[in-house]
Ligand binder design. Structure first.
Ligand code: MG
Length: 414
């Protein structure tokens, strides 16, 4: 069977797990400062006899060079390869930039190593489009901003997404539709299954089990007798069952936005207008991350660079820009007379909690619901037209008079 890597369709929607992996990461980073070596056999690693290959360019891999191979072996297989001494500090910097790009896609990032991660993009579809488009967005952003290439595997489970990215390498993208997962898996050798190393392969081979399909057709009791608990695990994987969720390795503690003015600002109206913009940006990020906040902090930096922050607790968790804006205006008001004009203003949503599963109570506060529905409509529009902020003109009016801003105007439909 063949899975065309450009096959698009409704099955995309179920495939919300991405495995993103940089191609020949260490070598790719080295080549940024040695463009003259592009297209050549290059090995990153210390040339000293007892060290191992950190990473090899695809040109060197053609000669059998692999990462973690003893350098001496690599040099024998590919004597003409150029060996570059590693720059670990540089790798760490590029890795941080890669993870930062992932963070703009979804907060659900499970980093596996310096250059690969799982991303759960189910909360990003409305904002960024179907998974395939998100995968291409990640690839083009990494290529443009960092000058290296990444491969992306997209599937309905982590296990299959990881297989897909390996198959897509280098510089490729492969989506395995959920409905074709089992069929695809069954074309692979047993070594493709997680947890099946050389030892297990030998044991299975003695039973005549060589492919994933062989595993799937073997009664689970036989696998358990031979492999113990691994037998159950392997049998499940062979049928495409991998319930493990993407586990966030680094949970975001807060979400915020800030703006430095071109020239220092003294008047309240301009500051409030900026707070409204920042509230929308913050709330939109909360919604796309499926989070709610119950603590808002305001940050001001004065013309002399002195900085202060003030925070307040909200009566109930929210992801509404209006609620964020009202709290921010109250904080601004609480500062009283400002000693200097303002250079920077920022909003931060703290005390975050998951919004998933906590169905919004439509009856508690009609007005707030209206705001919320309008803002969701905005998210859809913003998602359609990219990152540009679209704010209804009526929302641009600061709440009249009082700091607690009980807006009498109904939200527009965006
Ligand atoms: Mg890699």
């Amino acid at each position: 069977m063949s899975i065309r890597s450009d096959s698009a369709g409704p099955e995309d929607a179920e495939c919300t797990i991405l495995h993103v992996d940089m191609d020949a990461f260490y070598v790719s980073v080295e080549l940024l400062s040695r463009p003259d070596l592009r297209g050549k056999a290059v090995i990153a690693g210390s040339p000293s006899g007892r060290s191992v290959v950190l990473s090899a360019s695809y040109e060197a891999r053609r000669f059998g060079v692999r990462s973690a191979m003893p350098m001496a072996t690599a040099m024998r297989l590919c004597p003409h390869a150029v060996i570059l001494e590693p720059h670990h500090q540089r790798y760490a910097e590029v890795s941080a930039s890669v993870m930062e790009i992932f963070g703009t896609i979804t907060p659900l990032v499970e980093q596996l190593s310096v250059d690969e991660a799982f991303l759960d993009v189910s909360g990003s579809l409305r904002r960024l489009g179907p998974p395939r488009r998100i995968g291409e967005l990640i690839r083009s952003t990494i290529a443009r901003e960092l000058g290296i290439t990444a491969s992306v595997g997209i599937a309905s489970t982590k296990f299959v997404a990881k297989i897909a990215s390996t198959r897509a390498k280098p510089d490729g993208l492969l989506l395995i539709p959920a409905a074709q997962t089992v069929e695809y898996l069954h074309t692979l050798p047993v070594s493709a299954l997680w947890g099946v190393g050389t030892k297990t392969q030998e044991v299975l081979a003695r039973l005549g089990i060589r492919t994933v399909e062989d595993v799937a057709r073997t009664p689970v009791s036989v696998l358990q007798r031979t492999l113990g608990a691994t037998g159950t695990h392997v049998h499940r994987l062979a049928w495409g069952k991998d319930p493990r969720p993407v586990t966030v390795s680094r949970q975001e503690k807060s979400i915020g936005a800030e703006e430095t003015f071109a020239s220092d600002i003294a008047d309240d109206d301009t500051l409030r207008a900026e707070l409204l913009r920042l509230s929308h940006r913050t709330a939109s990020r909360l919604r796309s991350a499926q989070l709610r906040t119950s603590g808002i902090s305001l940050k001001l930096r004065y013309a002399d660079f002195s900085t202060l922050t003030r925070s307040r607790r909200l009566a109930e968790p929210t992801d509404s820009a209006h609620a964020v804006y009202v709290a921010a205006c109250q904080l601004l008001e609480s500062l009283g007379e400002r000693p200097l004009s303002v250079r920077l203003i920022g909003i931060r949503a703290e005390k975050l909690e998951s919004a998933a599963g906590s169905a919004h109570q439509l009856t508690i506060d009609r007005q707030d619901d209206n705001w919320r529905l309008a803002e969701q409509a905005l998210d859809r529009v913003n998602g359609k037209f990219g990152a540009s902020m679209i704010i209804p003109a009526r929302l641009l009016r600061p709440p009249s008079g009082t700091a607690n801003g009980e807006a009498s105007n109904e939200p527009s439909n965006g």
